[in-house]
Design a protein around this ligand. Structure first.
Ligand SMILES: Nc1ncnc2c1ncn2[C@@H]1O[C@H](COP(=O)(O)OP(=O)(O)OP(=O)(O)O)[C@@H](O)[C@H]1O
Ligand SMILES: O=P(O)(O)OC[C@H]1O[C@H](OP(=O)(O)OP(=O)(O)O)[C@H](O)[C@@H]1O
Ligand SMILES: O=C(O)c1cccnc1
Length: 479
């Protein structure tokens, strides 16, 4: 796939800061930034990390074209030619660590860590957050939907309602990571290898003299994958009876009606009654598919009402992240170069939970060897060795709350993606990302995974990191 050059896909304030650094000759100083979230979306207990693949392509294509340089010259008369020359030579030379895509992640732990010249690290903030926030949001929404459907088929239908073209395709990919089976978007299918599926619209039915004729003509054209939309006129009086008729005719040719699709009305009642009619006609294999503004909540209610739906087409509420339409991931400076050394820095806030955690850090998932479930995540400074000794895990806001864990594996979650500007991470296939996601889910307790009022997952700091943070807070308060 051809990836476009998105170097100008940044906020002007980043270029202004780059310029000011260049003027002050501080642009080559090293810096470390963490990208992380502060809350899970949808009041969920976890977030599904996605967006890394696009970030990798973005970084590999990071270069200002002559056109970009001309544009910048026009936009800001203060930018000197020497600065534009510096931009002309820019490529990414830093180091990036990140979670695998599909990882189950939590607030207040680094998901992407960038160590680079401040000149480069500042430039890439906007695009990294843009990609990570949107794709993780949609993967998380998809994961919630996946939780309520058991083994039913899930098809992503969102393109027409998505926030524009990029959102459709990367959203379709994010949904696949979390367990959707197919997308209706052909471009997403082509670009990412996601299986594609499609039924037909009301326009097809309306464009015929009768519903029966419409069904017949469609079945003739696509006899191996006929899904008939049965709600245009009257689902139970005409739609299902006509579908049964066409199904019988298909059988005469050794073919089978694959499914009927309901797209309006009381989906529980119509599917129960429709199922009965299909079964009575000996068409037990014909599936009932539903669409119409569905999300995890409606699906759960439909299931509670005994709906006989086994395939779900889901558009608007998935692709727009309805109910929580943006993920508020941030990118904070955690260390800066001073006197040839990297020193930790902090962003203070009156809200304790919003104070950033300084320093170059790693994230470990503490897997209890007996239960094979996670005891929580443990954020430690880079140089710390987290090994088999009993680990004291305590709440960083209320340190009085703690537990000891002794029989555990500490799994290092941040992977090197770029080292000194070179990509060292081999991007996994989408299938592998999805499998990884499923494996990782299995380490998380049900209490954290549940959709309603989930148990808060522990993201703790090592004592050394916690102490350093407290000392910096205290020092800053005294100044
Ligand atoms: N049994 C049900 N329980 C809960 N929600 C349902 C049920 N059946 C359908 N819904 C959901 O209710 C919402 C609105 O459905 P409603 O029947 O008002 O609209 P509609 O069928 O699209 O109307 P129209 O016939 O005008 O197209 C949709 O999100 C749909 O998925
Ligand atoms: O409801 P969503 O979750 O967003 O899923 C996508 C919707 O898009 C289509 O409707 P639309 O009215 O656009 O076209 P149609 O004429 O094919 O029904 C489809 O029938 C779904 O209802
Ligand atoms: O294939 C379908 O039925 C479909 C595709 C996109 C949107 N709505 C429905």
């Amino acid at each position: 796939m051809e990836y476009e050059n998105l170097t100008l896909h940044t906020d002007k304030y980043q270029i202004n800061m780059m310029y000011a650094h260049w003027k002050n000759n501080s642009h080559n100083r090293e810096a470390i930034f963490d990208a992380y979230i502060r809350n899970n979306p949808f009041h969920n207990g976890y977030t599904v990390f996605a967006g890394l693949e696009r970030v990798v392509h973005y970084i590999n294509n990071l270069t200002f074209t002559e056109e970009d340089i001309d544009f910048l010259r026009q936009q800001e008369e203060n930018y000197e030619e020497g600065f534009l020359d510096e931009l002309r030579q820019l490529s990414f030379t830093g180091t990036i660590y990140a979670m695998h895509e599909g990882e189950i992640v939590f607030p207040d732990e680094p998901l992407i860590r960038v160590q680079a010249r401040i000149f480069e690290a500042q430039l890439i903030e906007t695009a990294i957050l843009n990609m990570m926030n949107y794709q993780s949001l949609i993967a998380t929404k998809a994961s919630r939907i996946k939780q309520v459907v058991d083994d039913d088929t899930l098809i992503e239908f969102g393109t027409r309602r998505a926030q524009e073209a990029d959102a459709s395709i990367w959203g379709a990919r994010a949904a696949y990571i979390a367990g959707f089976h197919a997308t209706s978007n052909m471009r997403a299918g082509k670009l990412f290898g996601i299986p594609t599926q499609g039924t037909n619209a009301h326009s097809w039915i309306q464009d015929h003299d009768t519903e029966e004729e419409a069904f017949m003509n469609f079945a003739r054209a696509l006899p191996d994958q006929t899904v008939l939309l049965v709600d245009t006129y009257d689902t139970l009086q005409s739609g299902i009876p006509n579908a049964i008729k066409i199904g019988k005719q298909l059988e005469e040719y050794g073919k089978k009606l694959k499914a009927v699709r309901l797209d309006s009305g009381d989906l529980a009642r119509l599917s129960i009654e429709g199922r009965r009619m299909l079964d009575e006609a000996g068409m037990e294999d014909v599936q009932i598919m539903a669409s119409n503004d569905l999300d995890e909540e409606v699906i759960m209610h439909l299931k509670l009402q005994g709906a006989k739906i086994t395939a779900w087409g889901i558009g608007t509420k998935l692709i727009t992240g309805a109910r929580s339409p943006s993920l508020g991931g941030v990118y904070k400076l955690v260390a800066r170069e001073k006197d040839n050394a990297l020193v930790p820095v902090i962003k203070l806030s009156d809200d304790l939970a919003k104070i950033s955690t300084p320093g170059s850090k790693k994230v470990y998932r503490i897997i209890n060897r007996k239960t094979q479930k996670s005891e929580g995540d443990y954020v430690a400074l880079d140089h710390e060795v987290v090994n088999d000794k009993p680990l004291k895990m305590f709440d960083p806001i209320f340190p009085q709350k703690f537990k000891y864990v002794d029989d555990y594996d500490a799994v290092d979650l941040l992977q090197p993606i770029f080292v000194d500007g070179k990509q060292v991470y081999q991007l996994p296939s989408l299938e592998d990302i999805h499998s990884y996601h499923e494996q990782q889910l299995a380490f998380i307790w049900e209490e954290t995974l549940r959709l309603l009022n989930p148990q808060t997952y522990y993201v703790d700091l090592s004592y050394e990191l916690w102490k350093m943070k407290q000392d910096i807070i205290e020092k800053n308060s005294l100044e």
